[in-house]
Unconditional design. Structure first.
Ligand code: ASP
Ligand code: MG
Length: 415
């Protein structure tokens, strides 16, 4: 007998028909005699609606900001609704089921309301319920704070709820049902020949997710990796009982290394900032980074180059596009301290990355990548590498062309 956590996101429980369908999928698994915990998100759009209510009331006063403990009380309610509805739908199918709210398990968090971290999960009662053959339907995204208040884990965190629960329950696997049938070699909207991967290593998934692939929340992949818990990504739109292998995200094995590149990711949410004629002396890059972190701006790619004059350097780095104004304002404010001449901003850039654990053991990967881009006349602004990733910053208008070029250069369409 296996123990499985099944997680369904917002589009999978978007309305009563979708919830009925999810109940059919769960019923098939439960009929196999496995122990099943299900984690649900709110119906799609619900959390946004609830956040909107809070925002509107909060705007009534000049005090600013959310009253965060009540924010959590409100926005967590979407998951309460779907957990109850799914439990009813399961019972109508003759499946023993009950709903569990975060505080009932309890899933304990810290008191950082709206972005709480999980501290521990007590599984005694929940475990017993599973052993009694009752499917536990858990409201994702929520927990209980040290002072006994409802807390939430941050937007999109029901993936993390599911993985954390699976780890605590020592589940064999966490199946994340979503609106795509797995992890692809790249975005099929750009490359129709993109392929679903049968397996992918945790590390690759992490890099792909942080480079712009939006299938799984990064935090949930980290948690799964640290605990060697395999995650399967699969579609909730399959018919019950239909073959639905999805993609297994798991520890790497030797076969995976034969594949040099596993995927191509892209992100259009980038902006490039260049600081011209910086004083070239120790501590300058550190002071730029300090200014950025004080402004709460995350700096991604960084390159420093010498300028024509010996004591001057140019520094180029990237930030998220929505942080550009904040970043520039903070730099201007600290112009004297940092010591630069002028700022150039280019918000029309994209980051395109290739990812694969096979890069560790294969040579010539960079050459293949840069030649493929050069052949299409695509100019590279910035390059960043890690052991299993190469990213380039290019003009945004070349995003699709670059993704297609790299996908075919590494023959990702071939099985
Ligand atoms: N419903 C929550 C949100 O939209 C949590 C989730 O769906 O993962 O952020
Ligand atoms: Mg979600």
């Amino acid at each position: 007998m296996a123990r499985i956590v099944m997680k369904f996101g917002g589009t999978s429980v978007a309305d009563l028909d979708r919830i009925r369908h999810v109940a059919d999928l769960v019923a098939v698994e439960a009929a196999k005699g496995d122990e099943i915990a299900v984690v649900v998100s709110a119906m799609s759009g619900q959390t946004n609606l609830l956040v909107g209510y809070v925002d509107e009331l909060s705007a009534d006063s000049s005090l600013g900001g959310h009253v965060d403990d009540e924010y959590d009380t409100i926005v967590s309610s979407g998951e309460q609704v779907t957990s109850g509805l799914l439990a009813i739908a399961l019972r109508r199918r003759g499946v023993k089921a009950r709903s569990w709210q975060g505080w009932q398990i309890p899933l304990q968090t810290d008191d950082a309301h709206a972005s709480a971290r999980i501290k521990g999960i007590e599984t005694l009662a929940f475990n017993q319920s599973l052993k009694d053959g009752v499917v536990g339907v858990v409201a994702g995204f929520q927990g209980i704070s040290p002072s006994g208040r409802v807390s939430t884990l941050g937007r999109g965190s029901s993936d993390t709820s599911a993985v954390a629960l699976a780890v605590a329950l020592k589940a064999d696997r966490c199946d994340i049902y979503t609106d795509v049938d797995g992890v692809y070699t790249t975005d099929p909207r750009i490359v129709p020949e993109a392929r679903r991967l049968n397996r992918i290593a945790f590390e690759e998934m992490l890099e792909l997710a942080s480079q712009g692939a939006k299938v799984l929340q990064t935090r949930s992949v980290e948690l799964a990796m640290n605990n060697h818990l395999p995650i399967r990504v699969l579609t909730s739109f399959a018919k019950p009982g239909e073959d639905n292998p999805g993609t297994l995200v798991c520890d790497e094995d030797e076969n995976m290394e034969e594949r040099v590149v596993s995927g191509v990711a892209y992100s259009r949410d980038e902006a490039q900032i260049s600081l011209l004629k910086l004083r070239d002396e120790p501590g300058i890059v550190a002071s730029v980074c300090q200014v950025m972190s004080a402004a709460n701006v995350i700096v991604d790619m960084i390159v420093q180059g010498t300028s024509r004059k010996e004591d001057q350097a140019n520094l180029v780095f990237t930030v998220g596009r929505r942080d550009v104004e904040k970043a520039v304002a903070a730099l201007e404010e600290n112009k004297e301290k940092v010591g630069f001449d002028s700022i150039l901003v280019n918000a029309k850039v994209s980051k395109v990355s290739i990812v694969g654990i096979g890069m560790r053991s294969h040579t010539g990967v960079a050459h293949t990548m840069f030649s493929a881009l050069a052949d299409r006349g695509i100019n590279i602004e910035v390059i960043a590498t890690s052991e299993i990733k190469i990213s380039v910053l290019i003009g945004a208008e070349y995003t699709e062309l670059a993704v297609r070029a790299l996908h075919s250069a590494f023959e990702l369409e071939a099985a």
